[in-house]
Design a protein around this ligand. Structure first.
Ligand SMILES: [Zn+2]
Length: 462
């Protein structure tokens, strides 16, 4: 099936410029049996795109442009007069939504409450209450389009929630693409690809056997935490569906496991409001590169502990210590530590010493003199928190080593996984690889901070 998807994708990408994300979402939703929502201003070819994807599926297709006045008859079919005579409110559903494999509901949030409940049942349970009978509907995927999100008071949150995959469709950005779209009417690239309903069902059943790489599990767990901290809450039910979509993506691409190149697909599913999208995407890129540890968070945590230790270990000296080699005044432990790091081997000067040979000394000697003769503890450690700091340091170091190890080892692997992943857009793929180098440099800087935490902790008394 991988080939069909790749062909369908490239044919659609030829027709619809700058719509890779939307195309990937549509094909993926279709394979996974999920619903996809297009959000965007009028005139962004949402309808044509959804139609073209629907046409690639060999099954019944239902389209409707919803208005506030749309009646159940128009969507679910007219009442059967014969059934009415028997007091049964049954509809003739052939050619309507309850008989469709793929449906496109334009302006979906205009649906009135007389339609909404049946919509929800169809989208969610794949059932339709036809008169006295609840029937199974063959629906694989529904496409919804809207210019904007529903208002909170519209009671449409439940409907919005049914769309696991979401795309914001923006006007075409690139001048050349725009010109081509305007004036070159021809490249109708359907490519003759047809996905059959049987093929789709087969992929879905193969997906159940697909395993999930450890780093993908880490990516998901970490993403969930980070998102929650930003107030982006994804329900447990949604997470379950997301994991299922990843499995289907792997199965459809002919793979037996979900690898981390697939994790970028979360960017279509793990946000609630359009303004959260950029954050979600950059978080995912970060997590994919580091194999599930957030570099952002590691940097933050290391910085916090470093600053804390600097504060705690900074204590003024009982007398004026000077550097013998450059005559700088070193007023406190922090200043001394920094000086020693920058100028290893410099000697320090104690003016109270009478014997000239003992007036300057090395760093360690100075510390022991301070401690033994002046009862000055190098470290101000009031709460005896060393163990706590050490634990935190060890966990930081472990996280750092996981990240640095993964990143150094697995760049080649990720490059390959991205290259032959039909579900990743060229933009995402090149973005991830471009940021890889930068993230390696950044990891190196975090390593420096962690090493200096270690040095400081050595100096903290027990
Ligand atoms: Zn010096």
């Amino acid at each position: 099936m991988q080939e069909e998807i790749a062909r369908a994708r490239s044919a659609l990408e030829r027709t619809f410029k700058e719509r890779s994300d939307e195309i990937i979402c549509s094909l993926l939703a279709t394979c996974a049996g999920e619903h996809v929502l297009f959000l965007g201003p009028p005139g962004t070819a949402k309808s044509q795109l959804a139609r073209s994807v629907c046409e690639a599926v060999d099954g019944n297709f239902f389209y409707y442009l919803m208005t506030r006045f749309t009646t159940p008859e128009e969507v679910f079919g007219p009442l059967s007069l014969k059934a009415l005579q028997e007091d049964d409110f049954r509809r003739k559903i052939d050619g309507y939504l309850p008989a469709a494999h793929v449906a496109f509901l334009d302006e979906i949030f205009k649906s009135s409450s007389s339609i909404l409940n049946s919509f929800l049942t169809i989208l969610n349970e794949r059932k339709f209450h036809n008169g006295r009978e609840a029937i199974d509907v063959p629906l694989i995927a529904a496409f919804g389009a809207s210019n904007e999100l529903p208002d909170a008071e519209d009671n449409l949150e439940a409907l919005y929630d049914r769309f696991l995959l979401r795309c914001v469709v923006s006007p075409i950005q690139d001048e050349d693409n725009f010109r081509e779209m305007l004036f070159e009417d021809g490249v109708q690239g359907k490519g003759g690809v047809r996905l059959t309903v049987d093929q789709i069902r087969e992929v879905q059943s193969n997906a159940q056997a697909v395993g999930i790489d450890d780093n993908v599990q880490r990516i998901i767990l970490r993403a969930r935490k980070e998102l929650a901290q930003k107030g982006i809450v994804v329900s447990d039910r949604r997470w379950k569906k997301i994991v299922n979509v990843l499995r289907v993506a792997a199965a459809a691409a002919g793979r037996s496991r979900v690898d981390r190149s697939m994790a970028i697909l979360l960017k279509h599913m793990a946000w609630d409001r359009p303004e959260q999208r950029e954050y979600v995407r950059s978080l995912l890129v970060d997590l994919i590169i580091s194999g599930g540890e957030s570099l952002e968070k590691l940097a933050r945590d290391a910085g916090d502990l470093h600053r804390l230790l600097l504060r705690e270990t900074d204590r003024p000296f009982p007398y004026q210590v000077r550097c013998y080699d450059c005559n700088e005044v070193l007023g406190s432990s922090r200043i001394l530590a920094t000086h020693e790091k920058e100028h290893p081997g410099h000697r320090f000067f104690d003016p109270h010493r009478t014997s000239l040979s003992l007036r300057y000394m090395g760093y360690d000697h100075l510390l022991s003199v301070l401690k033994d003769e002046y009862r000055w503890d190098f470290v101000y450690n009031p709460a005896g928190k060393k163990r706590e700091y050490q634990m935190e340091y060890r966990s930081l170091k472990e996280r750092y080593e996981t990240i640095a190890g993964t990143m150094a080892r697995e760049m080649g692997q990720l490059t390959r996984q991205l290259a032959d992943n039909v579900w990743v857009s060229d933009r995402d793929s090149s973005d991830i690889l471009r940021q890889y180098e930068a993230q390696i440099r950044r990891t190196g800087r975090i390593g420096e901070v962690i090493r200096s935490i270690e040095i400081m902790l050595d100096r903290v008394s027990d």
